[in-house]
Design a protein around this ligand. Structure first.
Ligand SMILES: Cc1cc2nc3c(=O)[nH]c(=O)nc-3n(C[C@H](O)[C@H](O)[C@H](O)COP(=O)(O)OP(=O)(O)OC[C@H]3O[C@@H](n4cnc5c(N)ncnc54)[C@H](O)[C@@H]3O)c2cc1C
Length: 433
């Protein structure tokens, strides 16, 4: 069944994407070595790795390739986790922290390698770096301390501290007191990246069923059977790669309580006048803020994209997009009068400890999810490791696993809890703490 256009966001990425490829007929009664549930970066990267290991995987995708976060995100490719590596060193020791830092860079390399291997030129991968912009002097001090530790204790030469004037010159905004530039980072067209990965694995014989939600998964002797409305697949293994969309069907009930879905939203402007293009984000990097309720921005061709927290709950809200546009105006007052042409959002998967998770439910079923909103690079890497973990390997992934699937306590209260926490963070950001 082909992917329908129902529920696709009206994103800039969709408007500028390559024509949608066809992955052939879905359905019937099939056999595969592994069924991968979910056709985002995690599932597609896992498929590539299974093929390298001589197996025949089949991907079932409830909607279409790139329908979810992997086709909607900001396109910021970065080695960063949601926590600072020096904090990990304090809590878990230097060895674990070093491996985590290494995994961050390995993840960016996984994207570079996948783009090269599959010849995804229209992913427009540009390794221009990421600039973290400090919103207060306290935040800048913390950034500088982290940058120095990363250089001195972890030998990270990709980091440079920028003062207030340098950040103003870089961004064209007076809103920041300084920043830290990480050079091993970049920008990508997220949907073309997902479609390019899918075409790559499809060309290597991987079956891709679009419009095929896994509605039930059951063990049958030494095999696992995955049911979808268009057919059933019998396999030796199943890998869950559904991230923030793990509650679409009862088929993923086993993992859905391990993450908290959180809506992230973006707006894109129309083409900027020449004069603004020469001044704003002139080095063509990605830029993020230090606020807890982080906002970030990037150029795309002659436009500016601005992202941050979206609406709470199951759907978008005008109020959340309006708030985002007001924030954009505050950071870039010169943009007054430039129209916003696209607004869209998607779900990311938060975990309680902010660490992505990878592991096995049993010797047949594995999972990889929980990128906490920073998953282009990490899902591209974790998908590959998830394939190894599915087959029983235990790679050294430091805090990422392999580990048991954690359950979010009081899962039914997750929405009010997220609202409360977000409100508190927003308050701290407003008062500059
Ligand atoms: C608005 C937004 C901006 C973001 N910006 C960035 C950024 O700039 N940089 C960055 O690094 N990260 C960013 N992220 C996060 C990043 O996009 C995700 O971490 C990453 O795409 C996760 O990939 P995934 O394959 O694990 O999940 P997804 O891409 O979400 O894919 C999961 C797939 O599973 C499918 N599925 C669910 N249930 C079933 C079922 N039962 N049967 C079959 N299929 C099923 C869904 O249809 C979906 O296609 C952003 C996310 C959003 C939403």
């Amino acid at each position: 069944m082909a992917a329908s256009t129902k529920g696709w966001p009206a994103s800039l990425w969709r408007e500028t994407a390559r024509p949608r490829p066809s992955f052939g007929e879905a359905g019937g009664s099939q056999r595969a070595d592994v069924v991968i549930v979910g056709g985002g970066y995690t599932g597609l990267s896992a498929a590539q790795r299974f093929v390298e290991r001589g197996l025949r995987p089949l991907i079932v995708e409830a909607n279409g390739i790139g329908w979810a976060a992997s086709g909607r995100n900001g396109g910021v490719v970065s080695p960063k986790f949601r926590f600072a590596i020096p904090d990990i060193a304090r809590r878990h020791g230097l060895g674990v922290a070093r491996r985590m830092a290494e995994l961050g860079h390995e993840a960016v390399e996984a994207v570079e390698a996948a783009v090269r291997r599959n010849g995804i030129a229209d992913a427009d991968l540009a390794m221009t770096g990421n600039l973290r912009c400090a919103h207060s002097s306290g935040a800048f001090d913390a950034l500088k301390a982290e940058a120095r530790t990363m250089r001195e204790d972890f030998g990270d030469e990709t980091i440079r501290i920028l003062d207030r004037d340098e950040v103003a010159e870089e961004t064209g905004s007076q809103d920041f007191v300084g920043g830290v530039l990480v050079s091993h980072a970049g920008l990508i067209h997220p949907l073309n990246y997902a479609l390019g990965l899918a075409e790559g694995v499809c060309g290597r014989g991987v079956g891709i069923w679009e419009g095929a939600p896994a509605t039930a998964i059951r063990h049958d002797g030494s095999e696992v059977v995955v049911e979808t409305p268009v057919g059933a697949i019998r396999a030796k293994h199943v890998l869950f790669a559904t991230n923030g969309y793990s509650d679409l069907t009862p088929g993923t009930a086993a993992i859905r309580r391990s993450v908290i879905p959180f809506r992230s939203a973006m707006v894109a402007t129309g083409p900027l006048p020449e004069e603004l293009r020469a001044r704003l984000l002139r080095h063509g990097r990605s830029y993020s803020e230090t606020r807890r309720m982080m906002r970030w921005f990037r150029p795309y061709r002659d436009r500016l994209i601005f992202g941050g927290r979206g609406a709470f709950g199951k759907t978008d809200s005008k109020a959340a997009f309006d708030a985002l546009e007001r924030a954009m105006q505050r950071v870039f007052p010169d943009m007054e009068g430039v129209p916003v042409t696209h607004r869209w959002s998607g779900l990311v998967a938060m975990t309680l400890d902010a660490v992505p998770q990878i592991g096995r439910l049993d010797d047949r079923i594995a999972f990889a999810l929980g990128y906490n909103g920073a998953g282009i690079a990490m899902a591209s890497l974790m998908g590959r490791y998830a394939a190894d973990v599915t087959l029983g390997d235990r790679p050294d992934l430091a805090l990422l696993g392999p580990r048991k699937l954690p359950n979010v306590p009081f899962y039914s209260l997750r929405e009010p809890a997220v609202r409360l926490t977000a409100g508190w963070y927003q308050f701290l950001d407003t008062i500059g703490r």
